[in-house]
Design a protein around this ligand. Structure first.
Ligand SMILES: Cc1cc2nc3c(=O)[nH]c(=O)nc-3n(C[C@H](O)[C@H](O)[C@H](O)COP(=O)(O)OP(=O)(O)OC[C@H]3O[C@@H](n4cnc5c(N)ncnc54)[C@H](O)[C@@H]3O)c2cc1C
Ligand SMILES: *[C@@H]1O[C@H](CO)[C@@H](O)[C@H](O)[C@H]1NC(C)=O
Ligand SMILES: *[C@@H]1O[C@H](CO)[C@@H](O)[C@H](O)[C@H]1NC(C)=O
Ligand SMILES: *[C@@H]1O[C@H](CO)[C@@H](O)[C@H](O)[C@H]1NC(C)=O
Length: 363
């Protein structure tokens, strides 16, 4: 029995197809090649300089992100699982920086500041001891005197921000360097891959398609952003009573700062609303006046809209057995919503575990 499983495990390592070249698909592909798998990434969109990405790629979410890591104190099993994935990713980023990869990967560690007008219980319960237990680094609750008007709860901690397309290009480069293969193609459905002649005999397909196909639980969550040339040395998140947000995420490496973002589930409008953009800049200036040194103004580079692949009930990270001879695995890793970057390496690790699990189950 053991031998059979070993055999199955080796067989699975021979060839895997990952669908999707967003941060989730490329992280998954890279982690698998590092673990000794042979992998091809098949996708419609691949990373490119952000300046070249236009609205016809609105369904490719990864270029439009901030992207910062903002821990959420978990209140249920779904959030606990996401938090574990975020912690794993945080440690991965620390390792990359320690290995001197910071600049080529587009990573910067900095202070994350959070303000909440009406804090839920999980925030109120977040003492410094509890935060340390959850893995926050250098967490400090802000004193009443440090909070902007109307804010009831504030804290700061050490976190990271990524320049999204620099980070994804870094991952893809390393994937290719380790032997990973790439194919540009639009698919009708994930199972199609099993019938493609070049992939005859593959043991598994990993579905990292963001919101590419037909899961009705996946709802694009519209986020409008203004990208300004001004840099910022912290990342700010403010949650208001009325459900609106004030966000500033410095991209670093001459990428300016992302100011946003709206959260509008199910809204498909691709055109940025100039009034909303103005309001977002005004709100940021009020919450964090330090972003504009005396006499300076915002220099707007682009107003854009992105779609977070939100999924009701949380991300789908699991596998199903496809009834063929021999049996194949379809591993799902999508629906990361607004947390795709901060959970990416955790998802990649989970996919590898699921493939090992599959080998055990059918071996
Ligand atoms: C405004 C905004 C701000 C954000 N800020 C943050 C942040 O600060 N921190 C954070 O962690 N996250 C943030 N996010 C969320 C993050 O961007 C997403 O969670 C993440 O990019 C999702 O990555 P993905 O790989 O799952 O999907 P995607 O990036 O959408 O990639 C999907 C891939 O699948 C491919 N694909 C889809 N359909 C097909 C098909 N039919 N055939 C072939 N290929 C297909 C696509 O071409 C693409 O390669 C933000 C998102 C938005 C919109
Ligand atoms: C994005 O996806 C939606 C929903 O699947 C589709 O209707 C739309 O045509 C896509 N947009 C682009 C620009 O590809
Ligand atoms: C693959 O993922 C997409 C999300 O992009 C989802 O809509 C679809 O249902 C998944 N495919 C299958 C066969 O389950
Ligand atoms: C977990 O908690 C969050 C925040 O309260 C909520 O939005 C989400 O629906 C919950 N998820 C589940 C599966 O209970």
């Amino acid at each position: 029995m053991m031998e059979c499983q070993e055999g199955k495990r080796d067989e699975i390592r021979q060839h895997i197809v990952v669908i999707g070249a967003g941060v989730v698909g490329i992280s998954t592909g890279l982690n698998l090649v590092q673990e000794g798998f042979h992998v091809t990434i098949v996708a419609r969109d691949f990373p490119a300089p952000f300046e070249t990405i236009s609205v016809d790629q609105i369904n490719y979410t990864s270029p439009w992100a901030g992207a910062h890591c903002r821990f959420i104190p978990p209140t249920n099993e779904t959030e606990k699982r996401e938090h574990e994935m975020a912690l794993l990713t945080f440690r991965h980023m620390e390792r990359l920086v320690k290995d001197g990869k910071q600049a080529e990967a587009g990573i910067r560690f900095m202070k994350g500041v959070e303000y909440v007008e009406r804090p839920p219980q999980a925030y109120l319960d977040l003492t410094e001891a509890k935060a340390a237990e959850l893995g926050y680094k250098s967490f400090r609750r802000l004193d009443k005197t440090e909070l902007p008007a109307n804010v009831e709860w504030g804290a700061e901690y050490q976190t990271f921000c990524l320049n999204p397309m620099m980070y994804c290009a870094f991952l893809l480069r390393n994937f290719a360097r380790l032997g990973g293969k790439i194919q540009k193609k639009v698919l009708q459905c994930p199972q199609e891959v099993f019938d493609m002649p070049e992939f005859r005999g593959i043991a598994a397909v990993v579905n990292c398609s963001g919101f590419g196909f037909d899961d009705p639980a996946v709802i694009p969550n519209r986020g409008q952003l203004v990208i300004v040339a001004n840099d910022c040395d912290v990342t700010i998140t403010r949650q208001n009573k009325d459900g609106s947000w004030v966000v500033a995420i410095p991209r670093g490496y001459d990428g300016g700062t992302v100011v946003g973002g709206t959260r509008e589930p199910g809204v498909l409008d691709t055109v940025p609303d100039p009034l909303k953009s103005k309001q977002m800049l005004k709100n940021l200036k009020e919450t964090h006046p330090q972003i504009l040194p005396e006499g300076q103004d915002f220099k707007v580079l682009r107003e854009v809209v992105g779609r977070r692949p939100m999924r009701e009930g949380g991300p789908r990270v699991e596998y199903e057995v496809v009834d063929r001879n021999p049996k194949k695995a379809l591993v799902h890793a999508y629906g990361l919503g607004g947390r795709g970057y901060e959970c990416s390496w955790g998802v990649a690790a989970a996919v590898k575990d699921l493939l090992d699990q599959f080998a055990q189950d059918v071996g």
